[in-house]
Design a protein around this ligand. Structure first.
Ligand code: NAP
Length: 242
């Protein structure tokens, strides 16, 4: 069985990605932070569609916890390895820089950027040994352009994009690809509370994106057909570039 791990697979984009990878034949390890009901819901949908997966609860911002949980998973699956990793879990805590408290700076940096280190490092050695792996990082338009009111989030996603490009060059020889996806505005819980009408007016496509549209892109990057795309950041934003 081929395994894929999707962090933040309980809701939103991660849920859609989990469902897509299961359709592609992966057994999907669905990570979540606290929302077990929603994680079970993702798994139930996968099973209804004829696929399979399992839940794996851990906090992507916690280095020790990630190392422990992923080492235990590997012990319990001695003949398997995770060949597709989607670093998707993320949070935003928007505020003007002058009001950003330390917990909102470090919370966003740790969940959106340090998580890349926490989850990728324990899984990378196997991918390199097997000479096969796909790492897909969920960045953001904010990480490309920087958005006011999101200095913490822009810094984290910008860092994630740079880390994507750096790691791709380290591992390309071993047939591991590392790419980033940079969504604009996608209809999920994360955009709750935003001025949807005002923002929609600024999007040339005239609408927010759907999680399944992002999932299709991730599915392509995970596929064999994307073997020569490496170190790239691909926007999916309805032409919202400014
Ligand atoms: P969402 O609907 O709010 O879902 C967030 C997911 O991340 C949930 O599954 C949540 O788990 C998980 N998560 C949060 N903190 C975690 C932690 N410390 N450890 C493990 N899991 C954690 O968000 P989304 O919109 O799908 O966003 C997914 C990714 O896309 C994020 O990286 C986000 O920054 C990025 N993105 C989103 C948009 C957008 O417009 N939606 C745009 C650009 C980029 P629980 O269910 O357990 O809480």
């Amino acid at each position: 069985m081929k395994y894929a791990l999707v962090t933040g697979g309980s809701r939103g984009i991660g849920k859609a990605v989990s469902i897509k990878l299961a359709e592609m034949g992966y057994k999907v390890v669905i990570n979540y932070a606290s929302n077990e009901e929603q994680a079970n819901n993702t798994l139930a949908t996968i099973r209804e569609n004829g696929g399979d997966g399992e839940l794996l609860k851990f906090d992507v911002s916690n280095t020790e916890e990630c190392a422990e949980v992923l080492a235990k998973w590997q012990e319990e699956h001695p003949n398997e390895y995770i060949e597709v990793l989607v670093n998707n879990a993320g949070i935003r805590r928007d505020n003007l820089m002058v009001f950003v408290e330390p917990e909102d700076w470090f919370g966003v940096l740790n969940t959106n950027l340090s998580s890349f280190y926490n989850v990728t490092r324990p899984l990378l050695t196997k991918m390199l040994r097997k000479k096969n792996g796909r790492i897909i990082n969920m960045a953001s338009l904010s990480g490309l352009n920087g958005l006011p009111g999101q200095t913490n989030y822009s810094a984290a996603k910008g860092g994630l994009i740079a880390a994507t490009k750096a790691l791709a060059q380290e591992v390309a020889k071993k047939k591991v690809t590392v790419n980033a996806v940079a969504p604009g505005f996608i209809k999920t819980d994360m955009v709750d509370g935003l001025d949807v009408d005002g923002l929609t007016a600024q999007i040339p496509a005239g609408r927010f994106g759907e999680a399944r549209e992002v999932a299709e892109l991730v599915g392509f990057l995970a596929s064999e057909n994307a073997a020569y795309i490496n170190g790239e950041v691909i926007s999916i934003n309805g032409a919202l570039y400014t």
